[in-house]
Design a protein around this ligand. Structure first.
Ligand code: ATP
Ligand code: MG
Length: 411
């Protein structure tokens, strides 16, 4: 920013970083806006790359850090982007860039439209963002319905910020979300996938889930999951997803990593099981029923939130390994243990256990197996040492009979 200033340009911090700094939180990243156009920015910074075809942004690299430097956009930036696209080949950018007092109106929430000016260390506020910040209010700039129709993703951004900041969504805005939640289905799946990651990988997954459901947004993002939540027995399955979300939040709080595939596997686990039961009833053997169910569940979900192949592959692995935990005799346990995806599958099994989907005794056996040395592991899997549990995790549970038998054979 000082470099831009030295070259005679205006430069402001804007968006989430100003909002978060005012709350005394460490911003995730820093966004800078300036009246320098991308070519001018590029000339000033050697460590700069221009990205974006339609609206060009500068990424200025400082070691591992990237600062996004954007040129003010004019009010009609979105429309003119459209025009530029239709204008085969030749990109007309002149009318896209604007001034700060034009740029402000295309931002979403008032608290996201505060500009920090390094010239005099002031916060520039055109839209009452400071007042809303003080009262912890999320308010769209302009008419909520118009702004949500322009870009329905703003509805899930509202939820994300409400949860992250502990702000309240302003009533008119809330009402518009209730009315317009369905519009989310027009968003390209790749963009929704990115948003889903931001929603659920940030350490507040459980609260986000609950708020998305409250506003009718969750069912658009995960229709099959929403559908499965309506069907409950024994406090299951709803409990399973809640445990998974809670578990993920706890891990983040402890500074541990969470993976997208694990959480997504949890989202779709109940739909997969419901489908697998259907396929079994149609006469497919357990293994094929599960494979077919995974195919169907994934192919339906990617129509809404495109998931990359490496993610869906990992999800399938976690699911496919679940029935294998029931085989505890002979070479099978060792084979399962040596699978690269064993640890994730085991964590998944634990969650299923916590929510009543699997006998506790089975999970405990695997917990013990992991900490045992090779000899002990071999002894644990000797025939007669433990009973056979049912192989498929997606049939109706029959916990009592399983546990009684195990006690008899283990003692
Ligand atoms: P965080 O980075 O903490 O998630 P943020 O507010 O910085 O929050 P970004 O997605 O990084 O969110 O966007 C930066 C800024 O760009 C926002 O603060 C907002 O002013 C503007 N913005 C981003 N997405 C939209 C959108 N869909 N509609 C309008 N303005 C947007
Ligand atoms: Mg940001």
């Amino acid at each position: 920013m000082y470099k831009l200033k030295k070259e005679g340009f205006d430069a402001y911090l804007v968006g989430g970083c100003v909002r978060d700094l005012l709350l005394g939180r460490e911003p995730k990243d820093f966004d800078v806006v300036t009246n320098a156009d991308p070519d001018q920015i590029k000339r000033i910074f050697r460590n700069c790359r221009l990205i974006g075809r339609r609206f060009r942004l500068a990424h200025v690299h400082f070691g591992k850090e990237v600062i996004e430097v954007a040129t003010f956009r004019s009010e009609g930036a979105e429309q003119s982007e459209q025009q530029m696209l239709n204008n085969e080949g030749r990109l007309l950018r002149d009318n896209v860039y604007g001034t700060i007092d034009q740029d402000v109106w295309r931002r979403d929430f008032t608290v996201n439209a505060l500009y920090y000016n390094i010239k005099d260390f002031s916060v520039v506020d055109y839209v009452g963002g400071m007042a809303d910040h003080n009262t912890a209010t999320l308010r769209l700039i302009g008419d909520p319905e118009t702004r949500f129709r322009e870009d329905p993703v703003r509805m899930i951004r509202a939820v994300r910020f409400a949860v992250k900041l502990g702000f309240n969504i302003e009533p008119a805005c809330e009402q518009a979300i209730h009315q317009l939640s369905g519009l989310l289905d027009s968003i390209p799946p790749a963009r929704l996938y990115d948003e889903v990651l931001k929603l659920f990988m940030s350490g507040n997954a459980l609260q986000t889930f609950e708020m998305l459901r409250h506003y009718g947004l969750f069912k658009v993002l995960f229709p099959a999951t929403e559908n499965s939540l309506a069907i409950e027995y024994d406090g299951f399955p709803k409990l399973f997803l809640i445990k998974a979300l809670q578990n993920s939040d706890n891990r983040i709080a402890e500074g541990k990593t969470v993976t997208a595939y694990f959480l997504l596997a949890a989202f779709l686990w109940e739909p997969v099981q419901m489908l697998a039961r259907d396929f079994q009833q149609q006469g497919l053997p357990d293994h094929s029923a599960l494979q077919e169910a995974m195919n169907v569940a994934i192919s339906r979900q990617v129509k809404v939130t495109a998931m990359p192949r490496h993610i869906t592959t990992a999800m399938r692995e976690v699911w496919s390994l679940q029935p294998k935990f029931h085989s505890r005799v002979g070479a099978k346990p060792a084979r399962l243990f040596n699978q690269p995806r064993f640890r994730a599958a085991y964590d998944f099994l634990l969650l299923r256990t916590e929510s009543g989907g699997v006998a506790l005794e089975l999970a405990q056996w695997w917990t013990a197996y992991q900490s045992a040395d090779e000899n002990e592991q071999r002894r644990m899997s000797e025939p007669g040492r433990n009973h056979k549990t049912r192989k498929s995790g997606f049939k109706r549970r029959n916990r009592r009979s399983g546990q009684n038998k195990s006690r008899a054979s283990d003692s």
